[in-house]
Design a protein around this ligand. Structure first.
Ligand code: S3P
Length: 477
């Protein structure tokens, strides 16, 4: 066993979240969100320095999964070591793959080949991880054995029909709780039928679940996306040697995958997550006199909607040292404190910044004038109903906003702060409102910061290193 010093602090300790497996995969316990940990962000002085957000969550999930589906050893450096990703690592082990972290911090996955997974002996607990469970349902649903999935209270509320429907079309059998929610059991047919699937909502998770199922089905699986979403699955499948093509037409894509490829193990380098970096950008823009450089940020065109929007708002934000790494564009993003103006964010931009709206809403609260965000229906089915959670959080801190069915208008200006925000087991709600507290007139508290460990375990430490102030407990009134 590796020394415990190598385990990120946020993954251990009696006052932390207990993860579904120990990090080495030797034991397995039911995920418990042990204790809510209230935390306050205090109005802070200048933030300055260079930081790096952890590895990209989307790429980390996919690297573990494709590693498990390739024969031989895939190495992954820069893997995000967070609750969501540890749940995927545990799931891949449950299907028979070996997933280990070496003393060199490099993760090694020894896979079993497409169609080579084994029936798990127990249930698979995905805790809070929507991407992890939906993509793994795609993989498991094309194997002729039963797999049972569970999750935490947040994940158990989220819709799974979006991935179960196409899998049923391919021949899988499903027993799920009413409304197609977790817990659920899926069993693939033998053989499964390849389908042509038009994704009804803009969702990279649904696209990916269908493609991952298609890996174990003879023939060509086709996915039609009327609106393009993040393309990490397609890029990585190509990198692992799959026969996959993408055609771009009218803002959408048609993806064709030839089933049953032999995937070749790869050396994957995971760049820093732009969705986690987003909190650092906004902190640097809002706290007076700050200058912050966020290094190694993934700049895939399907992920940069927030950068485009912040620049439109007048942010002093520059991309430096842009380069290619592992088939992706990455760069360092330098921000300086800026006076922002309200803007209109068009609905078509939503897929390229879907996880960034909570922190954009915080930036908008400090901007001059109204910021209107449209096309936000998908925010209602994230880790929380994010549209409602953001609106309530803004109101609790004295910010005027108007919540529509799928839109939000934030009236910017002075931000009083002083509120306590309910996070609803949603890491991005917790982080967004802590950023608000660094720049508001009074502290902002969140009822639970432990959930941040699902995606950005050292969020608070990174910000403290830049000069931010936090206090344990709920300081705010
Ligand atoms: C993700 C896709 C997005 C995003 C999620 C990660 C992925 O979800 O919100 O955090 O890795 O494919 P949808 O595709 O359902 O919008």
């Amino acid at each position: 066993m590796l020394p415990t010093a190598r385990i990120p602090a946020a993954l251990i300790g009696p006052d932390k979240i207990l993860w579904p497996v120990d990090i080495f995969g030797k034991s397995r316990t039911r995920m418990t969100h042990a204790f809510a940990q209230p935390l306050s962000a205090l109005p802070s002085g200048r933030l300055a320095g260079r930081v790096m957000a952890p590895g990209d969550k989307s790429i980390s999930h996919r690297a573990l999964m494709l590693g498990a589906l390739a024969i031989g050893e895939t190495t992954i450096s820069g893997l995000l070591e967070s609750g969501d990703i540890m749940a995927t690592a545990a799931a891949m082990r449950a299907f028979g793959a070996t997933v280990e972290r070496g003393t060199d911090d490099i993760w090694r996955v020894n896979g079993l080949g497409t169609g080579g997974l084994l029936e798990p002996e127990g249930i698979i607990d995905f805790a809070n991880a929507g991407t992890g469970v939906r993509l793994t349902i795609g993989i498991a649903g094309a194997h002729p054995f039963a797999t049972t999935f569970v999750g935490d209270a947040s994940l158990s509320r989220r819709p799974m029909a979006r991935v179960l429907d196409p899998l049923r079309d391919m021949g899988a059998e499903v027993i799920a709780r009413s409304g197609d929610r977790l817990p659920l059991t899926i069993r693939g047919a033998d053989p499964m039928a390849p389908i042509e699937y038009r994704v009804p909502m803009p969702s990279a998770q649904v696209k990916s679940a269908v493609l991952l199922a298609g890996l174990n089905i003879d023939g060509v699986t086709t996915v039609i996306e009327p609106v393009a979403t993040r393309d990490h699955t397609e890029r990585m499948l190509k990198g692992f040697g799959a026969d996959i093509t993408t055609e771009h037409a009218n803002g959408g894509t048609i993806i064709r995958l030839v089933g049953r490829p032999e995937l070749t193990p790869q050396r994957v380098t995971v760049p820093a997550d732009p969705s986690s970096s987003a909190f650092l950008f906004v902190a640097g823009l809002l706290v007076p006199d700050s200058e912050v450089t966020v290094e190694n940020v993934l700049l895939n065109p399907s992920r940069i909607g927030l950068i485009v929007t912040l620049k439109e708002m007048g942010a002093d934000l520059a991309i430096e040292n842009e380069r290619q790494s592992g088939g992706e564009t990455i760069g360092d993003v330098r921000v300086r404190a800026s006076r922002l103006n309200g803007v209109h964010v068009p609905a078509e931009r939503a897929p390229s910044m879907i996880d960034e709206y909570p922190v954009l809403a915080v930036a908008a609260a400090f901007a001059e004038g109204d910021t209107t965000m449209e096309g936000l229906a998908e925010l209602r089915v994230k880790e929380s109903d994010r549209l409602a959670a953001v609106a309530r959080g803004l109101e609790a801190n004295g910010v005027t906003c108007r919540e529509g069915d799928d839109s939000l208008v934030v009236t910017g200006g002075r931000v009083r702060g002083g509120g306590t925000v309910t996070t609803h087991l949603d890491h991005r709600i917790a982080m967004s409102f802590l950023i608000m507290g660094l720049a508001a007139e009074q502290a902002v508290s969140v009822d639970d910061s432990a959930i941040i460990g699902t995606s950005f375990p050292d969020f608070v430490e990174q910000l403290k290193r830049l000069g931010a102030d936090f206090a344990d407990g709920a300081e705010a009134a």
